[in-house]
Design a protein around this ligand. Structure first.
Ligand SMILES: *[C@@H]1O[C@H](CO)[C@@H](O)[C@H](O)[C@H]1NC(C)=O
Length: 522
């Protein structure tokens, strides 16, 4: 009895003062990815755990519960890699193409470059470090799977978007391409015959490219980078695929109010919106005043963190200002440079507290690039949008927003100011956009627990159950041809063939003999 009491006390003490040791790895130098990584850090720290965050954007505000691995060297590298890819001019001039087959291999290369960071390897080579669980962002490459087995602990994947086929195959199997678009697609279901074909083709072609080209290169990087780290711990590096398919859980930054319902295994959970503060910080005084005093409401215009204002063609800057000057509404334009001849109703913000702006009762419209974080925030706060997608998953987010009925899409072009004028008039005058987004907002908020609470619960569940093996999909135990019953198909073909051959022989015997016997009887 005393023993039982003691052990119960020990468990309780561990719960109170311990918390788990958690490593969160978000190596991408895209600012929105850091917002997602920071969301994990915040919720897990609030729940009393000890968190180490590997990020290109360290805050340098560490405590005894919060530590950082400084990956800021990734920033210059990222900007160099993406400067042409994400340049607005290049996109308007249609010099870059954004489909999966051309973009994904580039993203894979870029992310591999972010793994091979001397500060990361220095941190990982510290043999005194131990963790209870590793949370790693999946961004087109599986190579970061090598970190968790270094600490002999479970790996949780974080997907910055919904569970599309490329991430689903890590914990289950790829989804059916006939009604699940790939994440860089520019079509949404229901697909036409041609779109259905393209979606399947993209999947098959990328899988082949991955198998024959991308993966062998990635395995080489994996071996070079991780082998010395395992040797230092006197251990053997697990085979690449063993590490990759050992991931135990996946948290996805998605919600069906914004995307589409998809079937996923029980170890995949949607926590979209966990990065949002339900009680946004108060606005800075000047901005509060501007928004309070906007009699006809406020239009907020931001192209996100990657489309830099210096990339905007001058003619467009001028035409947008002219367009805005003709509106009754107050316009808040997030832009990194001051513009000359600014109309009275237009305010340029170098930095914008986006969530607080979207939460203000006077907000009428959000003109956005359609990044997933902005899209989630707009649904969270119930603000209709005009979307000008320029890359990554933005087009599919835009198409979905239009399809759900709370957005207008304006394509990037040198003539877009005219299209924008029409779109603004439509969204401001027709109440259906704002009604629709308020309805979706209600759907989004109608859930048993907040996404942050869900995040904490599943991370703790994975640690408590040592990797949640009870949730592991049996689909991972079979090779693809067995799942598709191709072995059975081959067997049936062989049987049919054998039957055919036997029948032929029998026929020959029967019919050759028959005339002879007939002759005899005659
Ligand atoms: C597989 O995951 C378990 C826990 O989920 C972990 O203890 C183990 O080290 C991992 N092994 C490899 C090879 O990744």
């Amino acid at each position: 009895m005393a023993k039982l009491f003691l052990s119960l006390l020990l468990v309780a003490l561990l719960q109170v003062c311990g918390g788990y040791k958690i490593l969160v790895v978000f190596p991408s130098a895209g600012k929105s990815h850091n917002i997602l990584g920071m969301g994990y850090v915040k919720h897990l720290l609030d729940a009393g755990h000890e968190v180490t965050y590997a990020t290109p954007f360290p805050t340098h505000k560490t405590t005894d519960k919060y530590h950082e691995v400084d990956l800021s060297k990734n920033i210059a590298y990222f900007e160099e890699q993406t400067s042409t890819m994400l340049s607005l001019k290049a996109i308007i001039n249609k010099e870059t193409s954004m489909d999966l087959l051309s973009m994904a291999p580039k993203f894979v290369e870029m992310m591999k470059g972010m793994l091979v960071n001397e500060d990361l390897s220095k941190f990982l080579s510290d043999t005194t470090q131990e963790f209870d669980v590793v949370i790693a962002e999946w961004l087109f490459t599986d190579v970061f799977a090598g970190i968790a087995p270094l600490y002999n602990c479970p790996l949780i994947w974080s997907s910055s978007v919904e569970a599309h086929w490329m991430v689903l195959q890590l914990v289950h199997e790829p989804s059916n391409p006939s009604f699940n678009p790939n994440i860089l697609a520019s079509t949404i279901p229901p697909f036409s015959f041609f779109e259905r074909f393209v979606n399947l083709f993209t999947m098959v072609a990328f899988t082949a490219a991955k198998y024959f080209y991308i993966q062998p290169n990635t395995v080489a990087t994996y071996n070079d980078f991780f082998k010395p780290l395992y040797e230092k711990r006197g251990r053997q590096l697990p085979a690449y695929e063993e590490a990759v398919y050992n991931g135990t859980f996946m948290l996805t930054n998605s919600h069906t109010a914004l995307s589409q319902p998809i079937s996923v295994p029980p170890n995949v959970r949607e926590i979209g919106g966990y990065h949002i503060n339900p009680n946004p910080k108060p606005l800075p005084a000047n901005l509060q005043k501007i928004m309070d005093e906007a009699k006809h409401g406020v239009i907020y215009f931001s192209m996100g963190t990657n489309a830099k204002s210096k990339d905007w063609p001058d003619s467009l800057k001028k035409e947008f200002l002219q367009l805005f000057s003709g509106l009754k509404q107050t316009v808040l334009w997030k832009f990194e440079e001051q513009l000359p001849n600014l109309p009275k109703n237009v305010h340029i913000l170098n930095w914008a507290p986006q969530q607080s702006i979207l939460a203000h009762p006077n907000i009428r419209l959000f003109i956005t690039h359609g990044g997933l974080l902005s899209t989630t925030e707009t649904v969270f706060f119930g603000v209709p949008t005009i979307v000008m997608p320029y890359g990554a998953d933005q087009r599919i987010n835009a198409l979905r927003a239009v399809n759900k009925g709370y957005a207008k899409l304006v394509d990037l072009s040198y003539e877009m100011a005219a299209d924008m004028k029409v779109a603004i008039e439509e969204v401001l005058s027709n109440p259906k956009y704002s009604e629709k987004v308020k309805e979706l907002s209600q759907i989004y908020h109608d859930r048993p627990v907040s996404p942050g609470a869900e995040l904490v619960h599943w991370v703790e569940h994975v640690v408590r159950t040592r990797g949640a093996p009870h949730l592991r999909s049996p689909a991972l135990m079979l090779p693809w041809y067995q799942k598709m019953y191709l072995d059975l198909a081959v067997l049936i073909l062989v049987i049919l063939y054998v039957i055919k051959v036997v029948m032929k022989l029998l026929f020959r015997k029967v019919f050759r003999k028959a005339p002879i016997t007939k002759k005899k009887t005659n």
